[in-house]
Design a protein around this ligand. Structure first.
Ligand code: C5P
Length: 226
């Protein structure tokens, strides 16, 4: 059973500077459920990024792994050793690759004395307007492969929740405050709409990290979530 998070907010620390990410993490930690280390920060600062950010709050490593199963298993094991709470792979990598990620991450986490991370599959990137494979099919495939949940956005959140039921973790990026613009996100939802549609976790980057008052922006989003 995967418990619903007490605080659903995940802040994406999308910066090339670990110092900047660390400063944001220190200020935002009391207001978030997880902090996300994505490709930009991971490639700029390496594995140290996940270790440093984990001092402040549980870490979501958004690695978006997509390769042959053996390579993904080994990469997932290396990430598992860092002790993240959550890790992503691409659903388009297929069931064998997704299963390899789950096994690799479990082994890596266990070897380093950490709990197994939740492994979730990215269905469609929320900057894409037209997808080629329906997100509901990808989500179902991920569930069948034994993943803990999926990353899904916009109008697909409700249908994926309906198709996959509970417990299945829905991580929703492309969240924007009711008053804000969408940046380059095409599939946007307000926090309230996303939770009503069945989201567990709300991923928010720029509306918080680029705000002159990141803590105020985080608190306002949580208030909106209700
Ligand atoms: O700044 P913004 O709120 O648009 O950030 C969204 C974050 O969610 C980024 O870190 C991006 O990589 C991530 N993401 C996404 N769409 C997905 C999966 C992850 O936008 N399907």
């Amino acid at each position: 059973m995967i418990p619903r998070p007490a605080n659903p907010l995940v802040v994406a620390l999308d910066t090339a500077s670990l110092e900047e990410a660390d400063g944001l993490a220190a200020r935002l930690a009391p207001h978030v459920g997880m902090l996300k280390v994505g490709l930009e920060l991971a490639w700029a600062a390496g594995p140290e990024a996940a270790r440093r950010i984990a001092r402040h709050a549980p870490v979501f490593v958004d690695a978006k792994l997509h390769d042959i199963p053996t390579t993904v298993a080994r990469a997932a094991a290396a990430i598992g050793r860092l002790g993240p709470r959550m890790l992503t792979v691409h659903a388009l990598g297929g069931p064998a690759m997704m299963r390899a990620a789950v096994e690799g991450a479990r082994e890596g986490a266990a070897a380093a004395g950490h709990a197994s991370p939740l492994i979730v599959a990215v269905t469609v990137l929320s900057s894409q307007a037209d997808e080629f494979v329906p997100p509901v099919s990808l989500a179902w495939e991920a569930k069948e492969a034994g993943l803990d949940g999926v990353v899904v956005s916009g109008d697909d959140v409700g249908p994926v929740r309906e198709a996959c039921g509970e417990p299945f973790c829905l991580v929703v990026p492309g969240i924007r405050p009711a008053s804000g613009d969408g940046d380059d996100q095409v599939r946007v939802l307000t926090p309230r709409r996303a939770l009503e549609a069945g989201a567990d976790w709300l991923v928010v980057g720029r509306p918080i990290t680029r705000s002159p008052d990141p803590v105020g922006a985080a608190r306002a989003l949580l208030l909106e979530a209700g």
